[in-house]
Write a protein that binds this ligand. Structure first.
Ligand SMILES: [Zn+2]
Length: 1013
């Protein structure tokens, strides 16, 4: 495929001859081989053959030193690292690393955990024998720098350790499975670091420890290698996209560093916190040819230490400079990646006092050598890209490996040469984290002991605990002063759509100036080494609509208290730190059965574990109270769960484990109830993308809620969906999820079948997920009919964002129309919503105000006329009058005639169905009878209350519009979400909107009151 011309080979040979060590011409150790150490000539020749241009390599990697006893990657790969056609499985990469461990005392391999599918993850330490012999001693030293309290915050003591500690640089590869180059680059890098006797590499080996996790997404790697092998066996065919990476999510596996819900995140996080490396450097491939994107562009994350921003610049700038000197084009460090969200894997380091780094190199999505043509913006010379990539080149995996290894080697070398500074900074960043209360603040975050959602609070605390945040509890009640809030957020002109009424100012109560917390309240102190991650997770975010960065790279908000629906109070007054409290390490919420009797009440505060209980005791008689009631002097709200009969011991055990309280009632409550059920769930996915629905599977699995999982292709052939299922969850497709694509899938009129199946060629594809003989077909028209029949037969179809648009498109949503926004920008933000119909079972347990995750809608509107879109009318709705005489509020007149008052039209809110006028009603079969209209359960807040956290620009487009809608269709319901209630394991506060729908699926009309008109 790739035949370098003879002159190129000759030129490389010349380069090799003159690349003898150059001494310390500019005071620094020069890169280049040690002439006394022999070169592995055969390996080197192949590397050169696979390098497509002489300037796609460097003096650091254009040779491979020979070793008598240490095997090169060729022994496992059958060719050199980066050779065309070769992608190793994770187990082959591990096999090689363990061969290195056997062959040289400079390599040690550690198992760091397993994946969801049981595959091993490893970390490989490479350093001098002397360094590896005192790993534990060194680890203890680094731990002291990581927690300056152990040094009594004494800088002189820290300096002593800095002088003798060996720093660690942690490199992680191929978290993104189609980005395939890192494992071979890291195999070869480990070899070089262990074997190369050049002064340049020897300094790295002797001065520091390089820690390598060659494959982060191990499940996805093995699938990707399967796909690639299938492609090699069928070179003339299209091959399927990588439908699944890990068990749950694909590309989003690199957005989990906040919630830590995936094993890969947890394993890397634990490795990081165990070893205390100073750098965590994650390797990606999507940009030509090497983009050090951590320097990137603004806005930077607001919670990082500015020392880190400086370190990014230092290492990154040097990285670019060194590779530019080597003549390697396309190496740059600025560009459009903003470093705002802390969700990326590398950011584990950023918010734990280390240095986060991320490369985007250029990958071919496999090991083929391909001609690659770039977009003009990719090859344009910009101020930060003075030597840009070429518009069109042959590009090989070897080229990619050369860039990755060269970048890493110059970074390691620079890091090692300045290790005293980086170690001292590591200590200083930890010290400054401890000094946070006295400096920028806050002093602490408080989570009250009397939280109404203790199990959701527990989940949030567990996330903090995974992040190694220290948690304390007060041993007596405390009262803390609160900062006085100034009146802010005036509605800008143009923000508020005409007709949106302001909530009365009378409702605004003066803000309290103190707040009391009972004994047992949780305190997240900010005078701890990892205060930054806690602060970042618990604080609010504000992304200005005026920010020069117009395209946020990811979510703009993540405030965990809001997303978990629990109370979190930011306390700036440092006296809280002197309140009596003790550290807690074991977190639990007490629960169980209390009192004597056979009928029990469990309060419903929209805690997701209520659904776990329902499924755990699936034969128990559980009812939901449709109204509030009183029993034994205690008040219970609507939605309270009443458990009758059944095994008390089982209820006690389950509620203890789940942290729920079941209170015995003297007698059956005098209130209307309906059964809540362990509904039979089908979770429906497309083959367009399994990315976003993966978060839904993860949420259900963690709650131990069983479900069947199948693709849209299986709907049409299922004889009777309603017989098998009560609820079909159709989470967002997220990628290309248009009505057309959901129904028609990928084009079938050309191409070849794209199987996603386990075969001898592809043994790892399916894992624990779904399979098909061809991923191309979609739901199909017969599938549409089956879904409609499922709902009209009494099933519930729950749809979200793009699948809600799909539901509206197939005509099952009772006058609820959907539209994409025009100018609005709500980019992964947290918005305010309001309960509209608290009597709906979907709303059970919620307060009037619910914070929700929103990513630009879609925008739902209501029309009372089937098949038409709501239009605002001139008059009060638009806040306008016709042009004419008088002031804005005066009536117009017609000259020469007595004035006539227009009949008053009843005003309807945006979240209400518009009135049907007499004119519209006249012989109109399309008027939707009130009983057949959808029920708006939740709406978006008014413009001024929409922004809770993140970016809201032009929110008037969606303000007050329905956010969660329950549309009757036949005997069943279509429930539509404009917000995304289940996202990245972070939105536990809105899970119950889904789980309530599931458990009340055959009583969704409870509490329904129909408008007369
Ligand atoms: Zn990536």
């Amino acid at each position: 495929m790739n035949r370098p011309r003879a002159w190129k080979l000759a030129m490389i040979a010349v380069l090799l001859l003159i690349s003898a060590p150059l001494g310390k011409a500019d005071g620094e150790t020069q890169p280049g081989r040690d002439p006394k150490q022999p070169v592995d000539e055969a390996y080197t020749a192949k590397m050169r053959k696979y390098t497509t241009e002489p300037f796609f390599t460097s003096p650091l990697v254009n040779y491979l030193p020979a070793s008598k006893n240490v095997p090169t990657p060729e022994v496992v790969l059958g060719d050199v690292a980066g050779a065309p056609g070769i992608l190793p499985y994770a187990k082959d990469v591990y096999k090689y690393m363990r061969m290195l461990e056997k062959a040289t005392p400079c390599v040690k391999v550690f198992s760091i955990g397993t994946t969801e599918e049981g595959r091993e993850m490893i970390a490989v330490a490479v350093s001098s024998e002397a360094n590896l012999n005192k790993l534990e001693e060194n680890r203890a030293n680094l731990a002291k720098l990581a927690d300056p309290r152990t040094l009594k915050m004494n800088d002189a003591e820290a300096d002593k350790i800095v002088a003798q500690a060996v720093p660690i640089y942690y490199i992680t590869g191929t978290i993104h499975s189609p980005e395939t180059g890192a494992p071979t680059a890291l195999m070869e890098l480990a070899y070089r670091l262990a074997v190369d006797d050049s002064a340049y590499v020897k300094e790295i080996r002797d001065g520091m420890i390089t820690l390598i996790t060659p494959v982060v997404e191990v499940d996805g790697r093995d699938r990707m290698v399967d796909i690639y092998k299938w492609h090699l066996a069928h070179p003339k065919h299209f091959y399927p996209p990588l439908e699944y990476w890990g068990k749950y999510v694909a590309h989003d596996n690199n957005r989990d560093a906040m919630g830590v819900t995936l094993k890969l995140t947890e394993n890397v996080l634990n490795t990081y916190l165990h070893w205390n490396p100073q750098v965590l450097h994650d390797l990606h491939e999507s940009v030509p040819y090497l983009y050090d994107n951590t320097i990137g562009d603004g806005p930077y994350n607001a919670w990082i230490d500015p020392l880190l921003a400086d370190e990014w610049q230092m290492i990154g700038a040097r990285n670019v400079a060194d590779m530019t000197k080597f003549g390697m084009p396309g190496v740059f460090a600025h560009g459009d990646f903003d470093t705002w969200s802390p969700g990326y894997l590398m950011f584990i380091a950023a918010l734990h006092n280390g240095i986060s780094r991320l490369y985007e190199t250029f990958g071919n999505g496999g090991a083929d050598t391909l001609e690659r043509t770039l977009d003009p913006e990719e090859y344009a010379r910009t101020w930060y890209k003075q030597n840009p990539p070429l518009p069109k080149v042959m590009w090989s995996q070897r080229d990619n490996n050369n860039y990755e290894e060269t970048g890493l080697l110059v970074s390691l070398h620079y890091f090692n040469a300045n290790k005293m500074m980086f170690l001292k900074n590591f200590y200083l960043k930890a010290k400054r984290s401890l000094e946070k209360p006295a400096n920028e603040g806050p002093a602490a975050y408080l989570l009250p002991a009397d939280e109404v959602r203790p199990t959701a609070q527990l989940e949030l605390l567990r996330v903090l605990q995974k992040q190694h945040v220290e948690i304390s509890r007060t041993t007596s009640a405390v009262t803390v002063p609160l900062p006085i809030k100034k009146d802010k957020n005036p509605v800008k002109s143009g923000e508020k759509p005409a007709g949106e009424k302001q909530e009365s100012k009378k409702d605004a109560k003066p803000e309290p100036t103190t707040m009391s917390f009972p004994a047992g309240s949780y305190v997240i102190r900010m005078d701890q080494p990892y205060s930054r991650i806690a602060d970042a997770l618990l604080d609010h975010q504000y992304w200005s609509p005026e920010d020069p960065q117009k395209t946020p790279y990811d979510d703009t908000a993540w405030t965990f208290g809001e997303l978990y629906g629990v109370q979190v109070t930011r306390v700036t007054d440092t006296s809280i730190l002197k309140a009596p409290m003790e550290r807690v390490t074991e977190l639990r919420v007490p629960g169980g059965v209390k009192g004597e009797g056979t009928i029990f009440a469990i309060e419903n505060h929209a805690e997701p574990v209520l659904a776990s209980l329902r499924y755990r005791l699936k034969d128990a008689d559980m009812q939901a109270a449709e109204d509030a009631f009183e029993s034994g002097g205690k008040k219970f709200a609507a939605g309270t769960i009443v458990v009758k009969g059944g095994d008390r011991g089982q209820l006690d055990a389950a509620s203890k484990e789940l942290g729920l309280n079941a209170v015995a009632l003297g007698s059956a409550p005098n209130v209307k109830t309906h059964p809540i059920r362990a509904a039979r769930i089908l979770l429906l996915h497309t083959w367009l993308s399994t990315q976003t629905e993966g978060w839904w599977r993860l949420a259900l699995d963690k709650l131990k809620i069983p479900y069947d999982y199948t693709s849209t292709q299986t709907i049409a052939p299922t004889p009777d969906l309603r017989e098998k299922y009560d609820v079909i969850l159709f989470p967002p497709v997220g990628w290309n999820g248009t009505l057309n694509n959901i129904i028609n899938g990928l084009p079938m009129n050309w191409g070849n079948p794209l199987p996603w199946q386990n075969t001898p060629e592809t043994p790892n594809l399916v894992g624990k997920n779904d399979a098909t003989d061809d991923v191309r077909p979609g739901l199909g028209w017969a599938g549409v009919a089956k879904l409609q029949k499922f709902v009209s037969d009494g099933g519930v179809l729950l749809t979200v964002m793009d699948t809600a648009q799909f539901a509206s498109g197939i005509g099952v949503t009772a006058g609820v129309t959907t539209a994409s926004s025009e100018k609005m920008k709500i980019v992964g933000s947290i918005v305010g919503t309001r309960l509209v119909d608290a009597a709906s079972p979907i709303a059970y347990g919620y307060n009037e105000k619910v914070s929700a995750y929103c990513d630009n809608g879609p925008i739902f509107s209501l029309s009372s006329i089937a098949g038409s879109r709501r239009r605002r009318k001139l008059g009060p709705e638009m806040g306008a009058r016709p042009t004419g005489r008088g002031t804005k509020d005066d009536p117009d007149f017609a000259v020469g005639r007595t004035g006539v008052e227009a009949p008053d039209e009843p005003e309807k809110e945006i979240w209400e169905y518009p009135n049907v006028t007499d004119e519209q009603r006249h012989n109109n079969p399309r008027v939707i009878p009130p009983a057949m209209r959808a029920r708006v359960v939740v709406r978006y807040a008014d413009s001024k209350d929409l922004l809770i956290s993140g970016l809201v620009e032009g929110g008037g487009e969606i303000a007050q519009h329905p956010a969660v809608v329950d549309a009757p269709f036949g005997k069943g319901h279509v429930v539509m979400f404009s917000i995304n209630p289940v996202w990245r394991g972070e939105t536990q506060g809105t899970y119950s909107l889904v789980l309530n729908t599931v458990m009340n699926f055959d009583s969704l009309n409870a509490g329904r009151k129909d408008d007369e008109k």
